[in-house]
Design a protein around this ligand. Structure first.
Ligand code: EPU
Length: 430
């Protein structure tokens, strides 16, 4: 079993190139099914989730070729809209195949989505959108079937703001007959990126990035080339790394506007931030202020950044509070941080942090990708050696986690578990 080992690393400094966004890439890869000709996606990160998705694409007949960050997809060969339930439930974004294949073939059979488990992650709004467009949704034990002889444009009012359902509704409506309007739509960069991609293929989607999106259905979509947006969540985590022990980190090839609320919060806790057109530098002065973070939907502070931010706030003397309104149970990293000596209490949807206490290394377990980032950052600030299991979760989201952290001076390495170390691993999941 692999694990990541970190040592106290002092101030981190250097420049990190930020890869394409995981969450956008996953939507774009599934969206490619909608095209009627070859699609080339550029800047796709080489991460495990992309590999699984490419595998699902191949299973249903899509030709997929990966060369570095360039993925060429030929959807003309798709011969099946039945997706293996096991594969679908091994990651979250499998639900995008539902919207895309429904739109193209009028019927899709697919397993329920898996991925990071924050206790409850309903997909009722996805179903609501499909039904509004005229589809029937049949739920079975381990899979669901969505079918419609024809999809017809409709007005869809989301009950809650969701990026996943907004994207899925766009996919399903792109080739529906007539006009669809999405109300209370998510405004995330991933929504905008998916809409730009589809428009490049000939779709007619207007207003993505606002809460009302209008889609005029088209009968077919061409092929085309598109570059994925940079990963704002990886960028945010590296900027936080700068604040850990008073370092200086530059992230390049980013869109600073995507990180607005994160940068504001980092300045609030005492980091200096400088932005260029496509780079951001954060430098820590060594002193951090405690604060309150409320994670919400974009353009609010991202839920995916509240976990790494918690590692930073452990270094800020005083009481900080981190609240997650998107995934109120996304606190599985907290018991693990306590193993390193952190004083944090979780009540309802908030973590109450007593910062400024020394952390000491130990064995911890990453339960999801951002929990992994959080533990890695905490490990770099803790005295001694920290060992992080659950590496498979981290690799779902990071292309080269070790190389990129090492490039800013982090003492971090990937290791194989030696049987002699096993006794120290009891109760890790507590
Ligand atoms: N929601 C519903 N019903 C639905 C869909 C969502 O009630 O049908 C709720 C969720 O429970 C949540 C809120 O709406 O409270 C927002 O959920 P959203 O649909 O935006 O999330 P998601 O599609 O499940 C994606 C990312 C997550 C990221 C959230 C942030 C992918 C594969 N996942 O999840 O990424 O945290 O958006 O909105 O794109 C990660 O990268 O670590 C990660 C978990």
């Amino acid at each position: 079993m692999k694990y990541i080992q970190t040592e106290y690393s002092g101030p981190l400094s250097g420049t990190v190139h930020i890869p394409g966004a995981k969450n956008s890439s996953l939507a774009l890869l599934a969206a490619a099914c909608l095209a009627d000709d070859i699609v080339v996606l550029e800047g796709i990160p080489r991460i495990d989730d992309v590999g699984i998705l490419a595998g699902i694409g191949r299973d249903i007949g899509m030709k997929v070729q990966q060369e570095g960050g360039q993925v060429t997809l030929d959807p003309r060969w798709i011969h099946s809209a039945v997706i293996d339930p096991g594969k679908a439930s091994s990651y979250r974004a499998s639900y995008y195949f539902a919207g895309a294949l429904l739109a193209k073939f009028g019927r899709v059979t697919i397993g329920f989505p898996g991925g990071d488990d924050f206790v409850a992650r309903p997909i009722d709004q996805h179903f609501k959108a499909f039904r509004a467009l005229g589809a029937q949704v049949h739920l079975h034990n381990d899979h669901y079937v969505v079918e419609a002889p024809e999809l017809t444009g409709a007005d869809i009012h989301f009950d809650t703001v969701t990026s996943g359902a907004t994207i899925n509704a766009m996919l399903a409506a792109a080739r529906a007959k007539g006009r669809t309007q999405l109300h209370n739509a998510a405004v995330d960069p991933e929504v905008v990126d998916t809409a730009s991609f589809l428009n490049r293929l000939g779709a007619r989607i207007y207003g993505a990035g606002t809460s009302r999106i209008r889609i005029e259905g088209v009968p077919y979509l061409n092929g085309g080339t598109h570059s994925v947006i940079p990963d704002r969540l990886i960028a945010g985590a590296f900027l936080m790394a700068a604040g850990l022990n008073g370092g200086r980190v530059t992230v390049t090839d980013v869109i600073p506007a995507h990180l607005g609320s994160c940068l504001a919060k980092l300045e609030e806790v005492g980091l200096h931030i400088e932005c260029d057109e496509n780079a951001i530098t954060a430098h820590g002065t060594g002193t951090l202020r405690a604060t309150r973070v409320r994670a919400g939907m974009y353009p609010g502070f991202a839920t995916d950044l509240q976990q790494p931010m918690t590692a930073l706030l452990l270094q800020a003397k005083g009481k900080s509070i981190v609240t997650d309104r998107v995934f109120p149970k996304r606190f599985a990293h907290v018991p693990q941080l306590r193993r390193l000596g952190a004083e944090i209490e979780v009540r309802q949807e908030s973590a109450f942090i007593r910062g400024g206490l020394p952390l000491r290394g130990g064995w911890v377990h990453a339960t999801d990708v951002r929990a992994g980032t959080c533990l890695l950052l905490a490990g770099l600030a803790a005295e001694g050696t920290t060992s992080i299991t659950g590496v498979e979760h981290i690799e779902r989201g990071y292309e080269d986690v070790i190389g990129s952290f090492r490039s800013i001076g982090a003492k971090v390495s990937m290791r194989e578990l030696d049987a002699r170390e096993l006794p120290g691993l009891t109760h890790l999941h507590g």
